[in-house]
Design a protein around this ligand. Sequence first.
Ligand code: NAD
Ligand code: WQD
Length: 338
Amino acid sequence: MSILVTGGAGFIGSHTCVELLNAGYDPIILDNLCNSKSESVKRIKEITGKDVKFYKCDIRDREGLDKVFAENKIDAVIHFAGLKCVPESISNPLEYYDNNIGGSVVLCEAMAAAGCKKIVFSSSATVYGSENPSPLKEDMPEGKTTNPYGTTKLYIERILKDTCASDSEWSACLLRYFNPIGAHKSGRIGEDPNGIPNNLVPYITQVAIGKLDHLNVNGDDYPTPDGTGVRDYIHVVDLALGHLKAVEKVLGENGCFTYNLGTGNGYSVLEVVKAFEKACGKPVKYVIAPRRPGDIATCYSDPSKAKEELGWEAVRGIDEMCEDSWRWQSQNPDGYGD
Ligand code: NAD
Ligand code: WQD
């Protein structure tokens, strides 16, 4: 089975390609490398000992996509490609709407033209907005998104729902990820952010390796047990394995399906700091800073629907997530390099 993986050179995409190869699938990576390096593709091959086709191509490039579909018999698409930086989306919304929404529309058009109507889409817990209480369930109303990045995810979900409703040959799995962290056990692939990280764990790893002086804990006055924000961190390998189940789902049944991919457990910022200190064997310096605008106090999933319908659940805990993030960071202090 050939699976086109858009954004396959990125953090979650690279881990998913490893698991696809291990399971006997034939992933084909399509990525414009705007937020990744071709080195990750080399390392996917190194880890698995298998070859992977790679196309440097933008999802907005219809001719490029048509060529990929013409050269390969693709059974399904896992669609990771997109821009994901929340503050950047606030300062440059048009770039986000063009890349994420425009790109998804072009991709679906190319898929339909090629007769491949099976897609697994990277959505986000951000579509629940700020009003729904945790644990978040798939049948809750979508919330008011708090930034253009989140709005792109909400609109792409709607576009895929409408597309499935318009043509019964389509099948889509909308996967709402919670907070992916960790890395492959080999320490050869992991998250490689450009510049100063926005997300908690990449920031902590750079403090631990000595690239950043200290972590700013964004608020300790939330209505949570220790006052810091609570999130549902999920190991990227568990997340990757969820995609294999979702691929089986879209290959086996038509329609549009929505699943949370989370653990169902919430950890506070200070609990993550503690788990990370245990993993790296040294203290992580932090100071309490003001709240970050747009943040909510608590966000964690009810993961039961994915367990019941896909037979998937996350099994890796917070200690393993931190150990694997640290192995990646300490073995690759400069990520994939230049
Ligand atoms: P990432 O930036 O590491 O991977 C995305 C990949 O898409 C990159 O390799 C980038 O070069 C590529 N890309 C971007 N725009 C493209 C385009 N127009 N054409 C071709 N390739 C393009 O990010 P990630 O963390 O692996 O996230 C993957 C997906 O999951 C994204 O859609 C993201 O929004 C979504 N998601 C991520 C998180 C998270 O916290 N990491 C949470 C929820 C959802
Ligand atoms: C986690 C917690 C922060 C950095 C974001 C996106 C979301 C999704 C995942 C893609 C919060 C606190 C953080 C720091 C801190 N992405 N924090 N100091 O905000 O839950 O989700 O990534 O879909 O859409 O919004 O993740 O890792 O940024 O923050 O105290 O330097 O850590 O306030 O409580 P978030 P995060």
